[in-house]
Design a protein around this ligand. Structure first.
Ligand SMILES: [Zn+2]
Length: 129
C-alpha cells in the first residue's frame, strides 16, 4: 500500500493515498491518524492510520477518489521544489520545467499557466521574506 507525503501551501503535511488526500488529525507515540480532506465538504469519514511509515488501516470514503485534485497537489509540490532549487529562474521557466516532468494527462487537469505562475510567485514571496 504505497502512499506519498505532500506539503500544503502552508507547509503542512498531506498524505496522498489511492487518489485521496488526507490531512493529519492526531498523532500519538505509536501512530498518526489522517482524515480525508473531504471531511468538511462531503462529510467524509475516510481515515488512514499510519505507523512506522506504513498504512495500518484505511476506512471507506463516501465519494470517489479525486485524481485531478491529487495530481494538481503533486504538481504544485513539484513546482515549489523546482522554484526553491532555482531561485534565479523566472516563474515562466519554473512552470515549463515542471510541465516537462509530469504526464500530459496531468498537465491537462492543471489550473491555467498564468494561475500557476501566480502560485509560484506567491510561494517564493513567502519563502524568502
Ligand atoms: Zn474521503
Amino acid at each position: 500500500m504505497a502512499f506519498e507525503m505532500l506539503k500544503t501551501e502552508r507547509e503542512k503535511n498531506m498524505l496522498s493515498f489511492n487518489g485521496y488526500i488526507f490531512v493529519k488529525e492526531k498523532e500519538s507515540d505509536v501512530k498518526s491518524i489522517w482524515k480525508c480532506n473531504q471531511y468538511f465538504k462531503n462529510k467524509c469519514r475516510g481515515r488512514v492510520h499510519l505507523s512506522d511509515g506504513k498504512i495500518l488501516k484505511s476506512t471507506d470514503h463516501n465519494h470517489v477518489p479525486n485524481s485531478t485534485d491529487t495530481n494538481v497537489k503533486k504538481t504544485l509540490n513539484l513546482l515549489k521544489e523546482i522554484a526553491t532549487n532555482n531561485v534565479d529562474a523566472s516563474s515562466h521557466s519554473v512552470v515549463a520545467t515542471a510541465l516537462s516532468q509530469i504526464p500530459t494527462e496531468c498537465a491537462a487537469e492543471l489550473p491555467n499557466i498564468n494561475r500557476l505562475k501566480r502560485t509560484i510567485q506567491r510561494l517564493l514571496a513567502t519563502a524568502y521574506t
